[in-house]
Every structure is written in C-alpha cells, then in structure tokens.
Design a protein around this ligand. Sequence first.
Ligand code: HEC
Length: 157
Amino acid sequence: MKKLTFVAGSVAGIALLTAMFGCGGGAETKTQVPVEAVKTEAAVQVAESPYAAGEKIYKEKCIVCHQANGEGIPGAFPPLAQSDYLLADKVRAVSQALNGSSHEIVVNGKTYNAPMPPQVNTKEEAVAVINYVLNSFGNNGGTVSLEEVKDVVINPR
Ligand code: HEC
C-alpha cells in the first residue's frame, strides 16, 4: 500500500510538473497516468462468506418453509434455528436435504409430521446448504464434509 501511494503520489507530481513546464513543448502528450496502479489501489477485496453458496440454495429452496429466520412455522415446518434434531446429526441433515423426510420427528420437544420433499440433487449442494444452516440463525453447529456423507444414498427420483 505504501509503495502504491508513493507511486500514485509521484505520478501526480509528474503530472503537475508536466502541467507547469510542459506547455508549449508538446510534453503533455507524453504524460500517461498509470490507470492500472490507481485501479489496483481502489479495488477493495470484499471477503465472501464461506457459506455463500449454501445461503443461495437456502434462499431458493428452503426459505419458503423454514423461513428467513430459520424459525419454521409452528405446527407445520420445524425450526432450523437452535434445532436439537438438526444439531444432533449433520449427516442425517444432508441426507434429508437430498431425500426429504416423511416420518414423525420431534424437534425441540414438538412433534412434526408433514413430509419434506427432496430439495437438492447433489451432495455438494446438500453439504453447502446444511453448512450454511449449521452456521446461521444463531446456530454454531460446526460443519459437515463431503467425505463424511460418502455413504449417503441418493434415492431415485
Ligand atoms: C415444503 C416445505 C419444506 C421445504 C421447502 C424444506 N423443508 Fe425441511 N422440513 C420440512 C418439514 C415438513 C420437515 C419435517 C419432516 C418430517 O417430519 O419428517 C422438515 C425437516 C427438516 C429438517 C430436520 C428437522 C429440523 O428442524 O432440524 C432439516 C434439517 C431440514 N428440514 C432442512 C431443510 C433444508 C436445508 C431445506 C432446503 C434445502 C429444506 N429443509 C426445505 C419442510 C420443508
């Protein structure tokens, strides 16, 4: 950064000098501001969330039932926020995103029984969205890897 600032400063100086002494001599045509250097300095690196891909899937597929805040809808769709069921078994959660779930389950003491249809088609997508969920809505659930779900079977659709 220091070096860049120095370069940019020098360029400004040269430009100024050229402006001051260059008139009449045709020198102004030779003055070139190194646009690249200025651009590099201006390009601020915005760190992308490691769960960005999963967040995108969540917003496309899960949000309609589990809601933007992950709280679900009482009596119909179970919460993902602070869900004891989710946090107890990450591999099961990945399997659920792939194959759905349609049996009675108990989440945080409440029973749910509506079916959840399959949501995603690949393990990569399932792992991404579950890792997002495990680390959103106040959850601090760690992560699950592709290696850990290698034995999950994707049911035929
Ligand atoms: C059509 C509504 C619907 C959609 C869309 C949906 N779910 Fe579900 N989800 C449910 C229902 C209903 C259950 C309870 C299923 C059961 O009783 O077997 C559930 C259960 C779960 C559970 C286990 C219970 C819990 O609350 O921890 C997880 C994890 C889960 N869903 C994750 C997801 C993810 C991730 C997506 C998106 C990829 C998703 N769901 C999309 C309706 C939905």
